[in-house]
Design a protein around this ligand. Structure first.
Ligand code: OSB
Ligand code: MG
Length: 370
């Protein structure tokens, strides 16, 4: 694709239900979307940065200026024979991986369209169905949480992950296990604990969790390795893994036994595939994380999840869990067996609803000539 123009926009979408983690509650999402225009094609990418720099340092406004000032100019007018050429053109910018991923992933979608192949095949995937789990946020009461768990299990989801923080952990896990002793259950702390909490974290072992995700600092491996030596529950790293080299280092020092891959967090599909391959080389399973994406990001997560080593249910769930109306057609649906059937059509397999997106747009800037 030759990139003739780029549209950068912010849309606003209210969540069906608030989503709360140890770092805060979200009720309305601000989402940055990138559209690459070229050769009569519009290719879409979603930037997964949040409304604030609380999950990681990137957020919507930092991604906006980084794309506007540095990333868009670096790719504008360029003729790509493959999306794999993209990372090198953006490498002079340090960090800002979510901003970069929005552009690179749109290029992959364009390449799949142009080559008339499904995106998942272009990425090297093999799975025709992917296994789905859900991430359930902190609720106003334990009863409310148990109701949510019940609903998601009835819908067929294969793994329940609950958000935890000090004061919302052991008592919550106890109640879930009392009701459902055998379900695949995990928890995600989003960096809410410190190494001093080791005695407390040891208590999680009795719940036979599939994993505990990111218990300690967002930028750490070393102390996670010290923690992993002392607890039985497998640690899964999310925030700490920024690229394949991080994954290699984390696995070499024993900081985790499972890796969460978010394509935005690692800077795009090329790097996500490399992180996946590091997991394979270490015989460590990976799974696909989520960032409360709209259908555009969700479709990209589905394609990525078809790679061989995505061996555990991901946080990729149905559109309707988050949105009254998603911006793709058809919406992402999950079967009673907790599976998503991966589309066989060229590109992502989902149509972007450009008219709806236009109505949801609160700011827009076009680079190049349209
Ligand atoms: O840590 O996995 C996380 C949402 C926002 C920020 C961080 C995380 C999450 C989730 C939601 O857990 C996953 C989803 O999109 O369903
Ligand atoms: Mg997480």
């Amino acid at each position: 694709m030759k990139i003739e123009a780029i549209t950068l926009r912010e849309i606003r979408m209210p969540l069906v239900h608030f989503f709360e983690t140890s770092f805060g509650r979200t009720t309305d999402r601000a989402i940055l979307l990138v559209t690459l225009h070229g050769g009569g094609l519009n290719a879409w990418g979603e930037c997964v940065a949040g409304e604030n720099p609380f999950y990681s340092s990137e957020w919507v406004d930092s991604a906006w200026v980084t794309i506007a000032r540095f990333l868009a100019p670096a790719v504008l007018g360029k003729d790509f024979s493959t999306a794999r050429e993209c990372p090198l053109l953006l490498a002079h910018v340090k960090g800002h991986r979510m901003a970069k991923a929005a552009i690179e992933n749109a290029l992959w979608a364009a390449e799949a369209e142009e080559k008339n192949v499904p995106l998942w095949k272009l990425l090297g995937g093999t799975r025709r169905q992917i296994e789905c789990g859900v991430s359930i946020g902190i609720q106003d009461s334990v009863e409310q949480l148990l109701e949510k768990v019940e609903t998601e299990l009835a819908a067929g989801y294969r793994r329940i992950k609950v958000k935890v923080k000090p004061g919302w952990d052991v008592k919550v896990l106890e109640r879930i296990r009392a009701k459902w002793p055998a379900i695949l259950l995990s928890c995600d702390a989003n960096s809410a604990y410190r190494l001093d909490d080791v005695e407390h974290l040891k208590r999680f072992d009795e719940f036979h969790l599939l994993m505990i995700e990111q218990p300690l600092w967002n930028d750490d491996f070393f102390f996670h390795a010290r923690l992993q030596e002392q607890i039985k529950t497998a640690i899964c790293l999310d925030e700490s893994i920024r690229h394949a080299r991080d994954a290699e280092a984390a696995l070499q020092v024993g900081a985790c036994r499972i890796v969460n891959i978010k394509v935005g967090r690692v800077g795009g599909f090329s790097e996500a595939i490399r992180v996946h391959d590091v997991g394979s080389a270490h015989q460590v399973p990976v799974w696909c994380g989520g960032m409360l994406e709209t259908g555009i990001g969700r479709a990209h997560n589905i394609a990525l999840s078809t790679l061989e080593n995505f061996r555990l249910p991901g946080d990729v769930s149905a559109s309707k869990r988050y949105w009254k109306q998603d911006i793709i057609e058809p919406e992402v649906e999950v079967s009673r067996e907790g599976l998503i059937n991966v589309p066989d059509s060229p590109g992502t397999g989902y149509r972007v609803r450009e008219d709806l997106i236009e109505r949801l747009t609160v700011r827009k800037e076009v680079f190049g000539c349209r």
